[in-house]
Design a protein around this ligand. Structure first.
Ligand SMILES: Cc1cc2nc3c(=O)[nH]c(=O)nc-3n(C[C@H](O)[C@H](O)[C@H](O)COP(=O)(O)O)c2cc1C
Length: 252
């Protein structure tokens, strides 16, 4: 169970496995339940079928590169969303620039990522400025150092989300977001976006996409808009919720 704390207890006497067996033939109970119910979180499904109430603690790693601070601002909003979910904590880390003299500790801001921290996270939000329609080289450089995690499968089945900041409206936010998704898919991660049930996706005139959170800084170096903040928080919270649900499944 590692550092995840899981507590198990009997949920409701009437929903334990024995009671289910007495009232429903085993071959049909699952399909009937599926037909009758709307969407149910995986952790709740587990609770229904096993009669176990499972609480997991989970940690979302928010890992970004930011040269001028805009991607860092988005990271902070995503963090606000993550910690809205009870039982979920957020850890913020960055990657070092390329070509500078190697230093272990940045002059300001969060520490540089250690690969063990990535391996141990339960969920991941990955962010980079848009650079020629792609993620920035320091982030790619770090990701290219993770073959050992790919070999060990450390990130398989863990949820991940992406975010970016760009200077122009059509300068490649979506391509940058998808460029970060590709290695995460190779790692076996489960991608989490922003559904259109989020009203800010409909009203935004700047950043904020279904593929992930984003910011358009423009030539005037605009601050994050209300909608950009809202989409980032929604993404963080959704990532946290799905991280907890997947943790609950693997704890059981
Ligand atoms: C080398 C380089 C390439 C860039 N390429 C793009 C681009 O393709 N499209 C765009 O809209 N902005 C581009 N930008 C601007 C940054 O994406 C933008 O200023 C971003 O908000 C910076 O994020 P940060 O404050 O986190 O460093 C580029 C900036 C640099 C330095």
């Amino acid at each position: 169970m590692g550092r995840i704390r899981a507590y198990r207890g009997l949920a409701r006497r009437g929903t334990d496995r024995t009671a289910d067996r007495q009232t429903n033939p085993p071959s049909t109970s699952h399909s009937n339940a599926r037909r009758q119910s709307n969407y149910r979180a995986p952790s709740e499904q587990r609770l229904k079928s096993n009669g176990l109430l499972i609480y997991c603690m989970a940690e979302v790693l928010i890992l970004y590169y930011s040269r001028h601070g805009r991607t860092a601002e988005l990271a902070n909003e995503i963090r606000q969303g993550v910690i809205l979910e009870a039982n979920c904590t957020a850890k913020i880390r960055t990657v070092p620039p390329i070509g500078s003299t190697k230093i272990d500790v940045p002059e300001k801001g969060p520490p540089y990522i250690r690969k063990e921290e990535l391996a141990q996270c339960d969920g991941l939000a990955l962010g980079s400025p848009t650079r020629f329609g792609n993620m920035a080289a320091p982030m790619k450089y770090f990701i290219d150092s993770t073959s050992d995690l790919w070999i060990s499968g450390s990130l398989i089945n863990k949820p991940a989300a992406v975010f970016t900041s760009s200077n122009s409206m059509h300068g490649g936010q979506e391509t940058t977001l998808t460029s970060m998704m590709l290695p995460l898919l190779h790692h076996g991660m489960v991608l989490v976006g922003v559904p259109y049930s989020e009203p800010a996706l409909h009203s935004t005139r700047t950043g904020g996409t279904p593929y992930g959170a984003s910011h358009f800084d423009g030539s005037e170096k605009l601050p994050l808009s209300t909608e950009e903040v809202q989409v980032a928080k929604t993404l963080g919270r959704r990532l946290a919720r799905i991280t907890l649900q997947l943790r609950a499944l693997s704890c059981s």
